[in-house]
Design a protein around this ligand. Structure first.
Ligand SMILES: *[C@@H]1O[C@H](CO)[C@@H](O)[C@H](O)[C@H]1NC(C)=O
Length: 291
């Protein structure tokens, strides 16, 4: 395919996508239900803001009212400030039932002054073990920052303030399962995980500092809605983009920004954990040059 033909195909596809995807402009009252924690989860300001909190009795959480198959999910979060050791704040997509798919952001708290860890993972057909962890290049408790999941039939991108920090490509061509048929909901929770979260569980939650609160705004869902088995995007979308190394999913500039983050801020990568995977790391790890 010539590059101009390719560009016009991409343009047609994005126009098509824009016409069928439902864009939700950030109202928590319309988009989500509180799932646990009762009054510890609070939607206010006419749905423009939401807070989750955690105390000794419980954490709290919410989930999207709708289920989606592909789309872009953005949210702004200001994480638990001060001594957040032992707490975990999550933002993720997940399908339900056995063999589920899941795309995770988890923010592992830390003692005052020590950096949060941003933990990411991808589960396909019930299998995870694809952790990558990062420190952030800013203090995520001072102001709101945007965390995004961009999920298409070709790739899953994790973005922080619009910078991709991780891409999981569709490598079905080499036999790696890819999330593409189970609709997912958006979830977010704040809970106590002091048995593992901070320095591997050594630092416990300091309950004298409770309640711990994370703040949310600008949830933006631009995605294909699935209801009673059919997608607002029809079947065209799924069929029109197939994984394969012939198309790169990042342009050169964006790829360089991701490499910058990964070289400076990545603190764990399952792809290089040869101790944990003595039989060899997963096959997608050797393909990262095709991003
Ligand atoms: C907490 O801070 C320590 C010391 O800087 C760091 O090694 C660790 O990665 C941080 N994050 C967590 C979740 O333990």
């Amino acid at each position: 395919m010539s590059s101009s033909h390719k560009a016009s195909t991409m343009l047609a596809l994005s126009l098509f996508m824009a016409s069928v995807m439902t864009a939700a402009a950030g109202n928590f009252l319309q988009e989500v239900d509180i799932t646990f924690g009762g009054p510890r989860a609070n939607i206010y300001d006419g749905g423009r803001h939401l807070t989750l909190s955690l105390d000794k009795g419980s954490g709290s959480g919410f989930q999207s009212k709708k289920e989606y198959l592909f789309g872009r999910f953005d949210i702004q979060i200001k994480l638990v400030p001060g001594n957040s050791a032992g707490t975990v704040t999550t933002f993720y997509l997940s399908s339900q039932g056995p063999g589920h798919d899941e795309i995770d952001f988890e923010f592992l708290g830390n003692s005052s002054g020590d950096p949060y860890t941003l933990h990411t993972n991808v589960y396909t057909q019930g299998k995870g073990n694809r952790e990558q962890q990062f420190h952030l290049w800013f203090d995520p408790t001072k102001t709101f920052h945007t965390y995004s999941i961009d999920w298409s039939p070709e790739s899953i991108k994790f973005l922080v303030d619009n910078i991709p920090i991780r891409v999981f490509r569709n490598w079905e061509t080499i036999g790696i399962p890819y999330p593409k048929s189970q609709p997912m909901r958006v979830y977010s929770t704040l809970w106590n995980a002091d048995d593992w979260a901070t320095r591997g569980g050594l630092v416990k939650t300091d309950w004298t500092k409770a309640p711990f609160t994370a703040s949310y705004r600008n949830i933006n869902v631009n995605a294909c809605v699935v209801s009673s088995g059919s997608s607002s995007c029809g079947s065209k979308f799924t069929n029109s983009m197939q994984g394969g190394k012939q198309n790169l999913v990042l342009d050169a500039k964006t790829r360089n920004r991701m490499r910058w983050v990964q070289s400076k801020y990545m603190i764990y990568n399952y792809c290089t954990d040869f101790k944990r995977f003595p039989q060899g790391v997963s096959a997608e790890c050797k393909r990262s040059r095709f991003l």
